[in-house]
Design a protein around this ligand. Structure first.
Ligand code: ADP
Ligand code: MG
Length: 142
């Protein structure tokens, strides 16, 4: 699967926007990587690409933010799988897939690994972020 190097945050947002063009609904986008590696930046581009109504704030202090069209942004940095279950996770992923269902993008998704559906029950895309330098990031679709 492809690996990209971006040289500024705009390029990372563009990658997020490009991914959004491929999304038909019913998908869980799982982002991993250290603090500052670009997960939120990528998510902002992704939400823009899906044309959901902003502002695209970071949910770090909210855990989860729901946008229109059944689109969710989760930041699992401070939580455990059971906290996400308590927020109605089963209901959220119920329609993942088929196409047309909810779209869930998750930062620190490795913390929720045990509750993220795997095929054939669900479709997920895993993306690894790595800090390479002040403005340089590696973004790997795994
Ligand atoms: P995370 O959500 O992984 O903690 P953020 O997206 O919140 O990371 O933060 C990334 C920070 O790095 C932002 O301040 C952003 O402006 C900066 N940055 C610099 N270069 C890049 C790049 N190539 N891609 C993404 N962010 C970058
Ligand atoms: Mg973040």
């Amino acid at each position: 699967m492809p690996t990209y190097i971006t040289n500024n945050s705009k390029e990372t947002q563009k990658l997020g926007e490009m991914l959004a063009q491929e999304i038909k609904g019913g998908q869980i986008i799982c982002l991993t990587g250290d603090l500052g590696s670009g997960k939120t930046t990528f998510t902002q581009g992704f939400l823009k690409g899906l044309k959901v109504k902003g502002p695209y704030t970071s949910p770090t202090f909210l855990i989860m933010k729901k946008y229109d069209k059944n689109i969710y942004h989760i930041d699992a940095y401070r939580v455990k799988a059971k906290d996400i279950l308590a927020l109605g996770w089963e209901e959220m992923v119920k329609d993942n897939p088929p196409a047309g269902g909810s779209v869930i993008i998750i930062e620190w998704a490795d913390r929720l690994k045990k509750i993220i559906p795997t095929p054939p029950a669900g479709g997920s895309i895993w993306i690894k972020f790595k800090w390479l330098g002040e403005n340089k990031r590696e973004i790997q679709f795994v």
